[in-house]
Design a protein around this ligand. Sequence first.
Ligand code: FMN
Length: 427
Amino acid sequence: MNNLSEQRILLPNDIYIKDIDSIETISINNYLSSGGYKALAKAVKELKSQDIIEEVKKSGLRGRGGAGFSTGQKWELAAGAEADEKYLCCNAAEGEPGTYKDRCLIRMNPHQLIEGIIIASYAIGANKSYIYINEDYAKEIAALEKALKEAKDKGYIGEKILGSGFSLNINIAKCPNKYVAGEETAMIEVIEGRPAKPWQKPPFYPVAKGLYGKPTLVNNTETLSNIPHIILKGWEWFSKIGSHKSPGTMLFTLTGDINKPGIYELPLGTTMKTLINNCGVGIKNGMRFKAAFPAGPSNAPIIGSQIDVSLDFDSLKEAGSGLGSAAVTVVGDAKCIVNTIAGFSKFFMEESCGQCPPCQMGTVKMYRLLQKIEDGNGEVNDLANLENTCSLLEGEKVYCHLLKGAVLSVKNTIKHFRNEFETHINK
Ligand SMILES: Cc1cc2nc3c(=O)[nH]c(=O)nc-3n(C[C@H](O)[C@H](O)[C@H](O)COP(=O)(O)O)c2cc1C
């Protein structure tokens, strides 16, 4: 248990990874008795679309799916798009290693998410929404199906919601077990019945031309789960939690060499040290801190001298890394960092969809060089070759950010741990 729990918004308690499978789902009656669906009633009965968007904009909520884009600004664009039909897609895909937070949110409290989806759909004028979820999340899909039926029976979904003029259908769409399938344009392809391959952006972003060619708002599960709380308690309340430019809490999935791997809800701006020591109860097997990858395999590591870094979008950027979806992977000092990064690199190689040649070939080249070095077969020029490859790949135009993440983690791991790579090569 962490001592920052009074600032929780989304989860009633910490969840340890070993307990994920036994999470109990909050019933609709419990949700209603704790104020559930009051925000929806307030939204559709008292507020106009513009009022809701202003509230979300002022709250400072930023997307929890990876990029940290302003949620209110995205909603404003979606609401302003002229079209006869609009869609909302809730992104509940979770293909990144070490990410489990959306799964837990859905299992624990599907109604919180559903209420957020209904309010967001009302605000942008969408009458059809999708929850796009990993096809192998059977228990979470079952929890959603049950909750959607309960919400429909109570009149929160369907025709003329709570007597207003607003109607909405919510469907579940299944996401294939591929990391790239969580990218928003790949998601649209899948929902339309095609393989999970991202499109080139620009010219078209989903918010202008998305699902079936119509304006489509895409938000992450955690982002949308925050909405009922913001509408009910107001933007000022929300903006006081967390840090100035990253308000609210974040669900940190803490894994790797840690005593208590789990999902911890903390105010944004909490330090890495607090997350590791107070929540995770320190590094396992008596090891010391060597590094932590705060955005899973998709960005630079934080090293020992940076352990006091605040976990928020801007502080991590200033520290040369990023928050991503807060899948924090810890590496103890007895572990080989070359082995860690070769594992990440293999993941990207296997998950590249193969559409963009620089991504397809570049991820293979990076992995082969890393594997050669890790196996002890590295030659003197392999490290320079790897670094040149990273520099070349950084300038390449590709359809999505998969390659960027692959390059950032390799490039920065070499920067921080060059001596370990050299030791492998020279032994
Ligand atoms: C390769 C790749 C995989 C992604 N996977 C996910 C995912 O599993 N879940 C998710 O919510 N966003 C994922 N994203 C980000 C989405 O494209 C999109 O930015 C996000 O769902 C927007 O929601 P937000 O504004 O609420 O963060 C991924 C992006 C990339 C480039």
